[in-house]
Design a protein around this ligand. Structure first.
Ligand SMILES: [Cu+2]
Length: 151
């Protein structure tokens, strides 16, 4: 079987492109459900890497009772402590992430109701280490937590 130069070029450029894509962008899909669980509790990324996170609320309970968001916290910010800070700062089911706390946040989705999803894009921190993420709907921080490891 003979390949033309064009076929070979197409074949190899596909692999080069696919590889380059993998190096610069990471796609992560995380869901939250009615049992207050994230399905992904840990993922790894590289310093400075561009990350696309698609967050889905796969539950069916109303947003006002069981909405979820996904909030990435800066290094050293503990998810439980942050969840308590949200409550102390007036966080509620309709305002789960008070603006006064955004200084602790790397990136976040909005509050999602059942079957809603949102994709956010941000650059992974340049400093290696663990970064916690959390849902800040009142009370959910007790269960809805995870870790992004930059290494
Ligand atoms: Cu939640």
């Amino acid at each position: 079987m003979q390949f033309t130069n064009i076929q070979l070029l197409a074949f190899f450029s596909f692999f080069i492109f696919a590889h380059a894509e993998e190096e610069i962008t990471r796609e992560i899909i995380i869901s939250g459900n009615d049992a207050m669980q994230f399905d992904v509790k840990k993922f790894v990324t590289a310093p400075g890497e561009k990350i696309h996170i698609t967050f889905k609320n796969v539950g069916s309970l109303p947003k006002i009772a069981m909405g979820h968001n996904l909030v990435f916290l800066k290094k050293g910010i503990d998810a439980v402590a942050f969840g308590q800070k949200v409550l102390a700062s007036g966080g509620s089911a309709t305002n789960p992430l008070p603006k006064s706390l955004l200084g602790d946040v790397i990136a976040h989705t909005k509050l999602l109701g059942p079957s809603e999803s949102e994709t956010i894009t941000f650059e992974a921190p340049k400093t290696k280490g663990d970064y916690q993420y959390v849902c800040t709907f009142p009370g959910h921080f007790a269960m809805m937590r995870g870790t992004m490891e930059v290494k």
